[in-house]
Design a protein around this ligand. Structure first.
Ligand SMILES: Cc1ncc(COP(=O)(O)O)c(C=O)c1O
Length: 382
């Protein structure tokens, strides 16, 4: 059976052909050395890494390529940024729609007595009224961390306003763009974002094990490295380099992944973020409209312009895990039931601890697949 992957919020099951080809030809060349660490061949690997940074610069409008830091994923990036920016006794603000990639590092720091933490309650559809942030800012508030798009309801949060409020009050601002990078156009240089965390394998359509963060140079001076080690630069010193990107890039990079990610980002640049968003928005609108005739409860914002291609539902007729199993076993449709690593968000929308069933779409999802999923749901729940 050919499976229908409607779980793109977890990972982009399909990758652009050029991304796969780029990785295959890198492997076939069979001469990889580690960049910056070994002779002539490493020079060309170093160049490939720079080219990948340049593609990401074009996507996010970043003028200084060294501000792009490669990591394994958004989780690593968020841990590095959060731990590097907090100081003992400071206060941090986040939202109630966060993924555990944000919530757990913050909670650990709170439990260790390093930070005070405030979690701003979002609305039941997952949106945030950014003005409420002001009510939580205190004398010792140093940092605000928030998601751009919810992996549960698809709600796109107003980071523009939130980051401006953070700046007005002298806070550092970290944006978790795991669900939005590649789907929403983000102009990093002209934004008030200090650190933008992204993952390579969701809407950027790259391989797993890739990701990174973008950091404004001025902020990098304030951020301590969380991971230290070999960088292939100033090797006579036992201290970490203080320049970018080396300050935050220790150890051998995932060159294969970075090459695949670059090709995926180039595919997005060639296609256009607007075209990608339009296609996925059309699919989401059609799916939401079809759900109106099916006995399910739908979560998330009504306004499609602030709705990422992620739809959560529940049904009185069948528990979400069972529904997911039937969709898979009888129709070959892959969805994601449960808590989606986002217990705070489920509490916000009133679906904790049961969870929801999540459908999520990508650029390679077709309207036929949407219609088939709607037909399957109505047959199962009739
Ligand atoms: C909103 C959000 N943040 C962070 C992450 C973590 O991404 P990764 O697992 O690629 O580190 C996810 C993954 O689902 C996510 O949805």
């Amino acid at each position: 059976m050919e499976y229908i992957h409607l779980n793109y919020a977890a990972t982009s099951a399909k990758k652009p052909r050029q991304s796969i080809d780029a990785m295959i030809s890198y492997l076939n060349a069979n001469n990889s050395l580690s960049p910056g660490r070994g002779g002539e061949a490493s020079l060309s690997e170093g160049r490939l890494e720079i080219e990948a940074r340049l593609s990401l610069c074009r996507l996010f409008n970043v003028k200084r390529p060294e501000e792009i830091i490669f990591t394994q994923n958004a989780t690593t990036s968020l841990n590095m940024a959060i731990n590097g920016l907090v100081r003992k006794g400071c206060h941090v603000i986040t939202t109630s729609m966060e993924h555990n990639a944000v919530a757990r590092p913050l909670e650990l720091l709170r439990q260790k007595g390093i930070i005070e933490l405030s979690i701003i309650p979002c609305n039941a559809d997952g949106t945030l009224g950014p003005e409420t942030i002001k009510d939580y800012i205190k004398e010792n508030t140093r940092l605000m961390v928030m998601t751009h798009a919810s992996n549960l309801t698809g709600a796109i949060l107003d980071y523009e306003k939130a980051s401006l409020i953070a700046k007005e009050h002298g806070l550092f601002f970290i944006l978790d763009a795991a669900q939005s990078a590649g789907y929403c156009a983000i102009d990093f240089d002209n934004s008030a974002i200090d650190v933008l965390a992204f993952t390579g394998h969701k809407s950027l359509m790259g391989p797993t094990g890739t990701g990174g963060f973008i950091i404004k140079k001025e902020i990098a001076d304030e951020m301590e490295p969380f991971i230290t080690g070999g960088t292939g630069s100033i090797s006579h010193l036992l201290t970490q380099p203080d320049f970018l990107p080396d300050k935050f890039e220790s150890g051998t990079p995932n060159m294969l992944g970075i090459i695949g990610l670059k090709a995926s980002v180039d595919f997005i640049l060639d296609t256009g973020v607007d075209k990608i968003r339009k296609h996925e928005e059309t699919l989401t609108r059609a799916f939401l409209s079809g759900l109106q005739d099916i006995p399910v409860k739908v979560y998330g914002p009504e306004d499609i312009s602030i709705h990422a291609p992620v739809v959560s539902i529940s049904s009185d007729k069948m528990d979400c895990s069972m529904l997911s199993s039937v969709l898979f076993e009888e129709y070959g449709i892959i969805t994601r039931p449960g808590l989606h690593c986002s217990p705070l968000a489920h509490k916000t929308i009133g679906t904790y601890p049961e969870g929801t069933l999540r459908f999520s779409f990508g650029y390679f999802t077709t309207m036929e697949e949407i219609k088939f999923a709607l037909k399957a749901l109505s047959e199962i729940l009739k």
